[in-house]
Structure formats: structure tokens, C-alpha cells
Design a protein around this ligand. Sequence first.
Ligand code: NDP
Ligand code: 8X3
Length: 251
Amino acid sequence: MLALITGATSGIGKASAELFAKNGIDLIVTGRRQERLDALTEQLRREFNIQVLSLCFDVRNLKEVEKAIGSLADNYKNIDILLNNAGLASGLSPIQDGDIEDWDKMIDTNVKGLLYVTKMVAPLMINSKKGHIINIGSIAGKETYANGNVYCASKHAVDALNKGMRIDLLPHGIKVSSINPGMVETEFSIVRFHGDTDRAKKAYEGMQPLTAADIAETIYWVATRPAHVNINEVIIMPTVQANSTTVIRKN
Ligand code: NDP
Ligand code: 8X3
């Protein structure tokens, strides 16, 4: 088995790479931070004795995506699982105060980046008449919350693409699933708040968020159902979070 994971340098992508590797799945790990990719590749090879290829590219850059995935050697073309995970929130402002650069970043990464990677990998799966695309959506793709406007829109787009891809790829025997988490403590909030770690920490104050490993376990479970079973979508929340805005916190 071979999986390509976008955004494997941190959080959910990294935890998924580790769990997949532990279960003997060969990997193509991607992200923009070369040093982290190098460290992860070395760790996975050493600990789990699997084949690992790292590809350093920005999912927003179509040329980079085409070059990286288009130049895969034959032994890395047989991708069984594509985990479309790379994504981010940037900023948390009312629509009238939103930063256009933040908006572009979210739409270009979460929507267009996911599309670019899928456009390159889906034909490989169609060729081999099998495959499973797992899209990381969010509770923000199911609901909207104050100041979440563009991030929510980008994840609603992922939700629609997840459904659309499933229809289009059905004749080719390719499974399509989405995992839609609530609050997961990763680098997500640090990125959302532009590096303000104190503000990021506050997001999880007094409550127990999900961990990246919790999501990786769910992804692995979805990826390993029998051939005739597809999990269309999963919504997974911390026990203390009912929806985007209702969270029980201890003082
Ligand atoms: P992290 O910030 O920890 O990880 C994000 C990953 O995405 C990193 O590996 C980063 O790698 C990669 N990435 C971001 N932008 C790009 C880009 N332009 N090109 C290539 N890779 C990129 O956050 P999470 O693990 O939490 O996020 C993973 C996914 O989960 C995202 O899609 C997010 O929206 C979603 N999600 C997160 C939730 C949470 O509460 N944490 C809840 C619901 C969904 P690098 O910087 O090296 O490029
Ligand atoms: C991340 C979860 O609630 O911050 O997608 O939007 S939330």
C-alpha cells in the first residue's frame, strides 16, 4: 500500500504519516518545509522500515504540483490513498475587516491546492482502477461561526468537492471520504493567529481538544475498511464541543 499525504510536516498530516508507517504503508509525504520533511522521512524509514519519498512543494503553485507529482517514478505512481490534508485558517475577522491576503491564502490552499493535487493523482488512480481519496474538511465546512467567514467558505467548498468527486470517480472504483474535525490542537491556531502563540493557546484553554493522533486513527480506520465499504464522511468532535460555538470550558 502507498499513501500520499499533503501537509505531513505538522499536526494531522504528520500523525497520519506516523500511523500509516507503523502499519507498513509506504508513503509520499509533502509540505513546504524541507527540513521537517527530511527529519520525518529519516524517522519513518528508521522506525518503520518503509519506503518514503518526500516532495517539497506549495499546493497553491500549480506548476510546482505538476512538477512534483508529474515526475514520480513508476514505483511511486501506484498511489492507493491520497490524504488531502494541507490546509489552514489565516485570520479571524468580521467580513468587513478581512485581510485579502488571508482570504487568498485560505482559498488558494484549502480549495485550489486540494484541486491541483487531486487533478494530478486521480488519473493515476483511474489507471490502476483503484484508490481512495480522503479529504480533510472541518466542522467549519458544515456550519459557519462568527468571523470564520472565508475559512468556513473554503471548508464548505471541500465538503461540496468531496461529494462531487465521489460521484465522478464512482465509475472508476475510487472511494472518496471526508473527515470533518472540530477543535484539534496542532499548529492550526498558531497559523490562524499569524504566529501569536499566546492567543493560539487560549483557543484551547479550559477544555480538552482532540489530538492529531485522534484524527489519524479515524483516518486510518476509514482507509482500511473492506473493499466494498466506503465511509462517506465523518464528523469528529471533542466530547466537550457540541458544535462550532458550543464548548464547555473549566475556569
Ligand atoms: P497544522 O498547521 O499543524 O498543519 C498544516 C499542514 O498543512 C502543515 O503540514 C503545512 O505544511 C501544510 N500546508 C499549509 N499550507 C500549505 C501549502 N500552501 N502547501 C503545502 N502544504 C501546506 O494544522 P492541522 O494539522 O490542524 O491542519 C490539517 C488540516 O486539518 C487542515 O486542512 C485544517 O484546515 C484541517 N482542520 C484542522 C482542525 C484543527 O482544529 N486543527 C479542525 C478541522 C480541520 P508546511 O507549512 O510545511 O507547508
Ligand atoms: C478547524 C476547526 O472550529 O476552528 O477547522 O473552524 S474550527
